[in-house]
Write a protein that binds this ligand. Sequence first.
Ligand code: G1P
Ligand code: ZN
Length: 542
Amino acid sequence: MIETVKTAPIDGQKPGTSGLRKKVTVFQQPPYLANFVQSIFNSLSGFEGKTLVLGGDGRFFNVEAIQIVLKMAAANGFGRVIVGQNGILSTPAASHMIRKNQAFGGIILSASHNPGGPDGDFGIKYNASNGGPAPEKITDAIFAITKTLTEYKIIQSNDVDLSKIGAVKLDAMSVEVVDPVTDYLAMMQELFDFDAIRGLFQSGFRMKFDAMSAVTGPYAHRILEDVLGAPAGTVLNGTPLPDFGHHHPDPNLVHAKAIYDMAMSADGPDLCAASDGDGDRNLIIGKSQFITPSDSLAMLCANAHLAPAYKAGLAGIARSMPTSAAADRVAEKLKINIFETPTGWKFFGNLLDAGKATICGEESAGTGSSHVREKDGLWAVLLWLNILAVRKQSVAEIAKEHWQIYGRNYYCRHDYEEVASAGANDLVADLRAKLPTLKGQSINGKIVANADDFAYHDPVDGSDSAHQGIRILFEDGSRVVYRLSGTGTEGATLRVYIERFEDEPSKLAQDTQMALADLIAISRDFAQIAKYTGRQEPSVIT
Ligand code: G1P
Ligand code: ZN
């Protein structure tokens, strides 16, 4: 029976960089979740009788939220929902599931790399029929509807048993509970040379993959250990836990330090890798050689032709603006286009759909390709394995050769997390005000070649996105970029991206923070970070 429940708008349900993220305790208060789900449905039309894909990263409140979404999808007239067993679907697997089944769209429940558990974060986002995050025009429409919503629809029914694979009816709608790994594994087998990777493991190559007690556990166990023959124990923290074992499921050098230390030890594995809460990010560390995500993007693009799916070459490369220009040098050599987009995977969707870009990446540990419309953590790991299997060199050797050929973009990001929003906004406003007169000026002896607030014109649909980050470009090719995070749930997070190109990397210190010391000082002084945030040092350096 369909029930129409009266409700009232809830303030602040504005989807950010990737959907709506808030504390679990906020989502748990009815009608917070129901209001947002109804707003998603009201922003769409023509889905009656069509298919919706549904799944999440297994965090606290995942299964409760899935039951609510199922009952609302049935009440709103969807014909079928495909849901991952036990509510589990990694973000890239959900994207694939939408595409493979030609679904109308999908709802993904995740707060990505944010902590979980009863006091942690929860999130929800809508992906369109191309499998990618809803473009801004849809998220803007959803937000507008949240401000005027007066009722939502839900059916009265028992919960669906999410543990049993198979189809059941929920009123007139069919619910198909599917294994979350099978289809994703089949796609990876098509993209990569599994025999070559199997041979690599047989030859004694050793890796550790840290699933961080998050969604990639079942995927990694099945693909790396069961199918590719990596020894048992290759996958660490391989069981998804609602609170990620009290850890932050963020594969950076702070939260994945254990695996970093392993890679740096004298008898460490040949490759250490990790993924985040919902499986779309990746961390790659060779034996004694950390690869920054920006470098990883460039190295994957330079070597992608070694994997079956990309042997014909790449149509183009896309990177988010704050990502280093290392990939630009590869594109130049390959004579293909490079696109610079605002932060957030949704901006790659049109380029991928139009066949203008094949591989995309962000400095925030996200890389992916046209196989889905999300970044894909395990995909990046498998592409690295495929390349290592063919080149028969270590990660460090591949990196060294890459820098010799292309030069090296020294790069780091400093995050000032959970600072007061007012101060962060003032800092940005102050920077913006300084922009018009910066060109030609000297900051600590470095001359500004150009300074702007990044704006993007989408070459496919013609849409414009302004205020996407403040860039200060210096005459020597180095740069500092500032932007505020769109994914945090408390206060504001200031991200500062620092980059310097060196065509003879042997001239510079190996240590990135040392190589970038003068720019780091500029980044702090110029924006008066201590004054506006009260912080002397960033909380996370990557
Ligand atoms: C962050 C990353 C961005 C990524 C997003 C979702 O967003 O910086 O590259 O697409 O998470 O994973 P931000 O918090 O910076 O808005
Ligand atoms: Zn993620």
